[in-house]
Design a protein around this ligand. Structure first.
Ligand SMILES: [Zn+2]
Length: 175
């Protein structure tokens, strides 16, 4: 079980960031759908999209890479991630990495710290293998890398950073 791999406390307190991520409701729905397809297994989904001059992102592409899925963890190989990166249109950037956990525990494990493909993206953990939650991102763990540590944002900070929006989304399942 992943929560056995509890991490050390952060070396420094989290400084709230200001860069926002606009998440079309279609992208959120597609993410729930892709995570639930895995059944009683953890799975990972990548979000790509555009970034404006201030660094605010908009999710345009939701993709589930080829991966190994197990009840307590998932694994995306470097080759599988490269397959995805190869398909991302010119100009779109990696914005977030999403994965599911079995229950309500949505902290990062030390394994999760290792699995995030970049320190410049957000890492989201969806509870209950991706089943729908009560409201927008309710119960979802949002993590940001800062000063050598993946910090979990408190619900207020998470709400300020991830904003529901409209927009078209490309969805792919490469599993
Ligand atoms: Zn995890």
């Amino acid at each position: 079980m992943e929560d056995e791999f509890k991490r050390n406390p952060p070396p420094l307190p989290y400084e709230p960031g200001t860069v926002r991520l606009f998440l079309p409701l279609e992208a959120l729905k597609a993410t729930h759908r892709l995570l639930r397809i895995a059944g009683g297994r953890e799975s990972g989904v990548m979000w790509y999209g555009t970034k404006d001059a201030n660094g605010n992102g908009t999710v345009c592409y939701v993709v589930s890479p080829r991966q190994q899925m197990r009840w307590g963890n998932y694994h995306v190989s470097a080759e599988a991630l490269a397959e995805v990166v190869h398909r991302v249109p010119e100009g779109w950037k990696p914005l977030a990495q999403v994965h599911s956990h079995p229950g309500k525990w949505v902290e990062h494990s030390s394994y999760d710290d290792e699995m995030v493909s970049s320190h410049r993206i957000l890492s989201l953990v969806f509870p209950s293998y991706g089943r729908k939650t009560r409201g927008f991102l309710h119960g979802v763990g949002v993590h940001e890398w800062q000063n050598g540590y993946w910090h979990r944002l408190d619900p207020d900070s998470a709400k300020k950073r991830i904003c529901p929006s409209d927009g078209e989304v490309r969805v792919e399942d490469m599993r």
